[in-house]
Design a protein around this ligand. Structure first.
Ligand code: ZN
Ligand code: ZN
Length: 412
């Protein structure tokens, strides 16, 4: 039997060695909440054992973030200080790894004026543009891993005592990232990558023109795929060939939708945690790629503002397939955290597309990308659409219809 400490250590090691895959002599930046310092220290230790040159920390705190959003002067939300921009871009341009440890309360910013959140979002998109572009293009290794915090755990398990809730959430996280404490997680991830690759190869072989989604929830939606789209899964490579795993866990196989060729009605299957608020029952009506109607049963205004931060925010940038029968989905737990919930269900994202998902797009200009159908935006928000009864048909360029999903799972 392995102890909780064994699992924590194996998980920290996994994030450092497989997540960002830090190399000898490389710098590492870790972002973390202050109350997760003990786990962050395990990551720092693992990074130095792997030969990291240096580890730099960027700390944050939910409570202070909330105070800031409620009290700070309005003007604060329109700019990001130069030193913060430099911190990220200098490290990113220098090829450092970024490890993001996330543990926030999904409703930390409940009640905050949505226009403050929108302004902060715009400022981030504008001032952090270079850093974001480098990240989306896999120019440096980055990875996101989640840590159980009392506030988050209580949202997931409201009926448990705080301590039990945290323990239960940790067990769910360990299960999702294949950590048992026996030291085999790195090998299990190698196997996982091979399994994902099988579906990637089949989908790339079809080179579908479009996918058609339908289920009893009311989705009846056609997603055109970009010409030359590439299905991707699991790990990515930097231009220098450094392999890294952007999301842990990851179960998705994803590519680029055509920003002008999406049509119909698409309904979210799970609530979406966004900017410290939970948006429920999202329903989009889409015409020629653009969301023309957006409704929700909770936080509809935040949803409307989210798709209005720029022109590309109301168009799609990612289409991702996740079998309904996957480890996270089978845990029947709603995490209120996109890292987990998006890996429990097929999803789409509105906003920026990954240039890595279209042949040659990394070398294209902004205009060339747009005319290839790749979406551009300062935002990228995944929302879950997969249900137990979801069907997806693929249509090839010559009009052949191929069943891709039936009853929420891959046909092949
Ligand atoms: Zn995704
Ligand atoms: Zn995404």
């Amino acid at each position: 039997m392995f102890t909780f400490e064994d699992k924590l250590k194996e998980y920290a090691d996994l994030l450092v060695r497989v997540g960002v895959n830090v190399q000898k002599g490389q710098d590492l930046v870790i972002t973390s909440q202050v109350d997760q310092a003990p786990f962050a220290r395990l990551c720092v230790q693992a990074a130095y054992e792997a030969g990291a040159r240096s580890v730099d920390m960027a700390w944050s705190d939910d409570a202070i973030a909330r105070m800031t959003y409620l009290n700070a002067d309005e003007s604060v939300f329109d700019v990001i200080p130069e030193y913060r921009i430099r911190f990220n871009t200098d490290y990113a341009e220098g090829g450092a790894c970024f490890l993001h440890l996330v543990s926030s309360d999904p409703e930390n910013l409940k009640g905050v004026d949505p226009s403050r959140l929108e302004r902060a979002h715009r400022a981030y998109g504008k001032y952090m543009r270079r850093y974001r572009e480098l990240g989306m293009a896999s120019a440096f290794p980055w990875s996101i891993g989640a840590l159980a915090s009392p506030a988050w755990a209580k949202r997931v398990f409201p009926d448990l005592e705080e301590r039990e809730a945290v323990a239960a959430l940790w067990e769910k996280i360990f299960m999702a990232v294949r950590v048992t404490g026996d030291g085999t997680a790195v090998e299990k991830w190698r196997q996982h990558q091979e399994n994902l690759q099988r579906h990637v190869d089949i989908l790339n072989g079809y080179a579908f023109d479009r996918l058609h989604y339908y289920n009893a929830l009311g989705s009846d939606f056609t997603v055109g795929l970009c010409k030359g789209h590439i299905w991707c899964a699991g790990g990515e490579k930097t231009p220098k060939g450094q392999f890294f795993m952007p999301n842990m866990p990851t179960e998705e196989i994803f590519t680029a939708p055509d920003r002008n060729r999406c049509d119909g009605v698409i309904c979210a299957a799970l609530p979406l945690s966004k900017d410290g608020n939970v948006i429920r029952d999202i329903r989009f009506v889409v015409k020629a790629g653009k969301i023309v109607e957006a409704t929700a049963s909770a936080n509809e205004e935040l949803l409307r503002k989210s798709i209005a931060v720029d022109e590309g925010a109301s168009r799609f940038g990612e289409v991702a397939l996740v079998p309904y029968d996957s480890p996270i989905s089978n845990s029947k737990t709603l995490f209120y955290n996109t890292l987990f919930d998006e890996n429990a269900a097929c999803h789409l994202a509105f906003g920026e597309a990954y240039p890595t998902t279209v042949e040659g797009a990394l070398d294209m200009s902004e205009e060339e990308r747009l005319s290839a159908g790749l979406n551009s935006s300062i935002t990228h928000v995944d929302f879950m659409v997969g249900t137990a009864d979801l069907s997806i048909d693929g249509y090839t360029a010559d009009g052949r219809c191929v069943p891709v999903f039936r009853d929420g799972n891959f046909v092949f």
